[in-house]
Design a protein around this ligand. Sequence first.
Ligand code: HEM
Length: 504
Amino acid sequence: MPDITIFLITLCLISSILILKLYKSSPVKSHLPPSPFWLPIIGHLHLLSGNPHQAFHKLSKRYGPVFRLFLGSTPCVVVTTPETAKEIFKTHENVFLDRPHYSVANYLSYGEKGLIFAPYGSSWMFLKKLIMSKLLNSKTLDLLFPVRRDEINRFIKYLSQKARDGEYVELEGKLMKLANNVISRMFMSKRCSEEEDESSDITKIIAESGEIVGNFNLSDHIWFCKNLDLQGLGKKSKDIHTRFDALMERIIEEHEEARKHETGEAKDLLNILLDISEDESMEIKLTREDIKALVKDVLNGGTDTSSITIEWALAELINHPNMMKKAVDEIDQVVGKNRLLQESDIRNLPYLQAIVKESLRLHPVVPVIQRLSSQDCTVGGYHIPANTTTFINVWSLNRDPTHWENPFKFMPERYKENQVDVRGQHFQLLPFGGGRRLCPGTSLGLLTVQTTLGAMIQCFEWKTGKNESLATVDMEEGIGLTLPRANPLVCIPVARLDPIPLSV
Ligand code: HEM
């Protein structure tokens, strides 16, 4: 071989090794986010006792807006500012469209079917389009308005009775039932009330599902626990799934039976889903499991989210009597005293809207949104590898001091000048998430919360039962996937208008 050839081959080899070395130690590739000291096996779990969003918030003070953690052996990254959230939801939207995989969620969602836990892909896209364009679009919401009005009327009548009897109301359970009844009737024409044995299970099943998904499952994060069910969560979730499935089968069979004898307009959203499942021209065949998983998701997604938001907003108003007065004055002026506030009044009640928005800012019911990265990318200047569980700390970014004056203070007045919206366009306020996985129940959720809260303060004053001058409620946060109050709100409604004879 001539000398020149040997020289060229050697040069090529050396430069290849150098390029490879350079690539491996490239600052972009190795520039991982900062991370606290971790312990073998548990990783950073010891830092996350209590509420994860508060633990993340504290860690961000030390480690900055993007930091890395290991939950057991699961690699995670936490982002805590509007700017970094924007990178997740907008700049790199395509990278963060998946959800992390959890074994309990897998059982409860018919193997990651439906929307909430489904991986990004053709099935999720089909269902998301369906829910946005056919099930929860403004036309269908208008058609099913009588259902929501009836449920709110029943609730107000129940409160009136309590007011007459001077009795306390345990609002958490009652509001959850109300929200559950709204979704359950819209989708399946079923109430979840005490009188009906079969459907009363729905609220219980949904509450149990929410609780179980909120648990930290050792099997998902500690590698040698993978096939062990030490906490019994796998067993519990299979039991919940079996009960829900049996209930849904019965409801679907009833619908199928009724469909044989009825023609004409669909009475509920399950009928629309059954129509679609029979339509051979659809791009994707909607299976029975898809339907059941989707109904489960809307029941899960739409129940305690709305009820918890109403509870927090009412608690804020009880603690701020001047704001309560301003809201009630606005309602009296716009709606009057002779009829119950309706959904159609909301557009004329900007202060009530601002109260709900401010409540969602300080008490976002999903304080931490979870996504999974599908490719390597860079966020906040740091390298985020593929398959990283990504926590977007909405609780933190909703109170980011560079975007919010007095960020910890409840101030609905701030929206007079600040036109920031809750629908995922403004990254300093993301109670419904953002990007393509934005909550599909945003309009329904807002309508339910605003109208129920409005009717509750239109018709009643709310007493906590203590000495009037001390009548405030604590604002301590409970632990859960959705952000409940630590101490549920228990109040006596005192009638200010007599709602029973109100014309509605
Ligand atoms: C105050 C009320 C509500 C709040 C604050 C809320 C909040 C959220 C949030 C933060 C997400 C995650 C979004 C993301 O990953 O970016 C979400 C997802 C979801 N929500 Fe809601 N929600 C509410 C009401 C509802 C209602 C009424 C329904 C259904 C009737 C619903 C159904 C869902 C579903 C199915 C998803 C999963 C969407 C997906 O992964 O593509 N939500 N919600």
